[in-house]
Write a protein that binds this ligand. Structure first.
Ligand SMILES: [Zn+2]
Length: 182
């Protein structure tokens, strides 16, 4: 029987591998390269997941011009990119940022992962964010998803306060509504 081996989550880049070590009453998973040990397989696997997550987070834009990892983001599996979606959406808070249009492309291709976050943005307090979302993202959604947001968009269209921000929301919500439903 051959024990499984795993790539080491600590020294992954140095080709470390983690093997099962058992002797006497002791049982460990250890990396011969960096010397790190884990008490059991579950602990090792959770360390690997965490390392993988950290690696994925490095693909997120680091500043307003950083589109260096956009292609890698596009190629991630749904399960890999799912935890990154909220932060990617936050890059749409100001679509004048150069990276925003690239991020928008990534998000449009993951509608089913993005959709659950949208109602929260529309009901939230960030005026600029909700306006960009209504202008650039929602009109690209499937008819079913648009329909689910209809109530929220209608609510924003019928706000009556006269302050400038609210007028802007009403204007963009009306634009969005027309794009989606007429
Ligand atoms: Zn190692």
């Amino acid at each position: 029987m051959t024990d499984k081996i795993y790539p080491c989550p600590i020294c992954n880049n140095a080709n470390g591998v983690v093997v099962h070590i058992s002797g006497g009453n002791e049982e460990l998973w250890g990396c011969g390269e960096c010397g790190n040990v884990w008490q059991n397989e579950e602990e090792l696997i959770s360390a690997m997941k965490k390392a993988n997550q950290t690696e994925l987070e490095h693909l997120l834009p680091q500043h307003k011009q950083d589109n260096s990892n956009i292609d890698r983001l596009k190629n991630l599996h749904d399960e890999e990119i799912r935890p990154l979606i909220p932060e990617l959406l936050s890059w749409l808070a100001d679509c004048n940022w150069p990276v925003a249009s690239d991020v928008l492309g990534v998000l449009k291709s993951r509608e089913s992962l993005v959709f659950p976050h949208i109602a929260g943005i529309l009901t939230g307090s960030d005026v600029e964010w909700k306006c960009w979302i209504m202008q650039l993202l929602i009109p690209s959604f499937s008819p079913e998803h648009k329909e689910e947001l209809r109530g929220e968009i209608e609510k924003l269209m019928s706000l009556t306060s006269l302050d400038e921000d609210t007028q802007w929301v009403v204007e963009i919500a009306t634009y969005c509504y027309n794009k989606c439903f007429t």
